[in-house]
Design a protein around this ligand. Structure first.
Ligand code: NAP
Length: 478
């Protein structure tokens, strides 16, 4: 082992340890920000390790240095600006774009090594079976991840709609054809390493990524993004074998496994199987076949003043945030309301459903942005037993995640989805703009219950007026 290999090994080892610590820290909201920085630093360290290796073994020309520096500045600035500017509601699109970039990087690395093997001569990648398999996997998975993520991003952004022909069975046939061509090119690449098989694999797997993602409904996209995230990890791990980076292998494997687990958790939380998300009809199609078209028969609408009066008399209040809160960007106004209630010695907590919103952790991120204390965020299983002893529940722009049909109605498309038992509380106020359905497109039985009152209006506007009403009642004024 020469000195540059030893240096790279030590740097990689430190980077792997820092990355593992970073990932552990991400599991707690409080430490997530610093953990994210630690993981980013670990990746930077690994890049330095790899460059120092090449510097020691092959030497890096001035021209190559300028490309490396230019790429780092350009990519770093673009990523930094994008991450700072993106609104919270556009996070799924951003994650999709970043996944696509990850897939494209692995694809380009593998392509570079496959097409110009002499540039990294010291490894002589084509000699070993494992290395050519890694290149093939990187190209295949990287191309699927790239094209699939870009389609997902475009659909979420509203730039691309689902073409009607993609809802027919013919799409399965087209995807099977792309899959078979990819398989043939994959095997050919491993056997002969020819340029034609490389390009055939790139084209067929890119088309396969588009073909699988295009038919999926916009609302199912977060599950697909989570799956593509897992693919980007697999592509990165195989790219790690290609360039000989231990950190890339470890990080890629972690991302691959984490993405798969998250996909599973989301499917469970939405009461859908991955197969039905990827190959089945959309949930709204399923909803339209069910018998849940019933009209509301017992809606009680109330004023913001009545809501404020009930809150004034409460001892324990639970807030249920949902997608509508994110759309209204009402998290800061909500925090103002809860601060006022707390000044009146009212106990406040927030019930977080695992799939509330449109991406995993959506509500945690939203509320953290408004400086809601982490201790007040309670996961569904923890808070569900608390509802019977709760005076008031404020449901803010949430719908499916509080629908009792999920527990009571076996014919409901939501049946089996774990939900928040808000109906057990003394009074429930649902703040939303009208009677439209949530993501599932079905009626919500909660709205018909006698202890539920609807407060119609945009979440931010209603909460602002609630602040005025509470102040007029002297709540929170010491
Ligand atoms: P939801 O069921 O989609 O309901 C959101 C409600 O917000 C709507 O009924 C809407 O009613 C209301 N709303 C919209 N804009 C509003 C505004 N400005 N002010 C006040 N209300 C507003 O949301 P959810 O309860 O959070 O449930 C999430 C759903 O998304 C679940 O079905 C879940 O399976 C699905 N999903 C989640 C993920 C994930 O990873 N988290 C991924 C994919 C799908 P109005 O129009 O009447 O106001």
């Amino acid at each position: 082992m020469d000195i540059s290999s030893i240096i790279q090994f030590v740097i990689d080892l430190v980077a792997v340890l820092l990355l593992a610590l970073g990932i552990k820290g991400l599991s707690k909201v409080r430490s997530a920000r610093s953990a994210n920085r630690l993981a980013a630093f670990a990746m930077l360290l690994s890049v330095i390790g790899l460059i120092s290796y090449y510097l020691g073994t092959t030497g890096i020309s001035i021209q190559s240095w300028s490309w490396i520096i230019l790429g780092t500045i350009l990519g770093g600035s673009l990523g930094g600006i994008l991450a700072r500017k993106v609104p919270m509601t556009s996070m799924p699109e951003t994650v999709a774009l970043f996944n696509g970039c990850g897939g494209m990087s692995s694809l380009l690395v593998a392509l570079g090594v496959a097409l110009f093997p002499n540039n990294v001569d010291s490894f002589d990648f084509f000699r070993s079976f494992i290395e050519i398999v890694s290149i093939s996997i990187s190209i295949f998975v990287g191309a699927i991840t790239f094209s699939g993520s870009i389609v997902a991003m475009a659909k979420l952004q509203g730039w691309l709609s689902t073409p009607s022909w993609t809802q027919s069975k013919i799409r399965h046939l087209i995807n099977i054809v792309f899959g078979i061509i990819s398989l043939i090119a994959f095997i050919d690449l491993i056997q002969f390493s020819s340029a034609s098989s490389i390009w055939l694999l790139v084209i067929s797997s890119t088309l396969l990524g588009i073909g699988v993602t295009l038919p999926i409904g916009g609302a199912d996209m977060p599950v697909v993004i989570s799956l593509l995230n897992s693919y980007s990890g697999i592509a990165a791990a195989s790219a790690g074998f290609v360039v000989g980076s231990q950190l890339l292998i470890v990080a890629g494997a972690m991302v691959g496994a984490a993405g798969l687990i998250l996909t599973q958790v989301m499917c469970k939380g939405m009461n859908r199987s991955l197969i039905s998300v990827l190959f089945g009809g959309t949930l709204s199609a399923k909803a339209s076949n069910s018998n849940d078209k019933g009209e509301y028969t017992n809606i009680t609408s109330c004023s913001i003043e009545e809501c404020a009066l009930t809150l004034e008399a409460a001892n324990k209040v639970i807030i249920v945030p949902g997608y509508g809160l994110a759309v209204a960007q009402a998290q800061h106004t909500l925090r103002e309301v809860t601060k006022i209630l707390e000044l009146n010695n009212i106990e406040v907590s927030y019930a977080i459903h695992p799939v509330a919103g449109r991406m995993p952790g959506h509500m945690n991120v939203l509320l953290a942005e408004a400086d809601v204390p982490y201790e007040q965020l309670k996961e569904m299983d923890i808070i569900n037993p608390d509802f019977p002893a709760t005076d008031v529940v404020l449901v803010l722009g949430a719908n499916d995640v509080v629908n009792p049909q999920a527990k009571n109605d076996e014919t409901s498309p939501l049946y089996g989805m774990p939900v928040l038992d808000v109906q057990e509380a003394r009074s429930v106020f649902v703040i939303k703009r009208g009677m439209s359905a949530g993501y599932s497109g079905i009626k919500n039985d909660l709205f018909d219950l006698p202890n539920t009152s609807m407060v119609f209006g945009d979440a931010k506007k209603v909460l602002s007026e609630l602040i005025t009403e509470l102040r007029e009642l002297g709540v929170g004024v010491k």
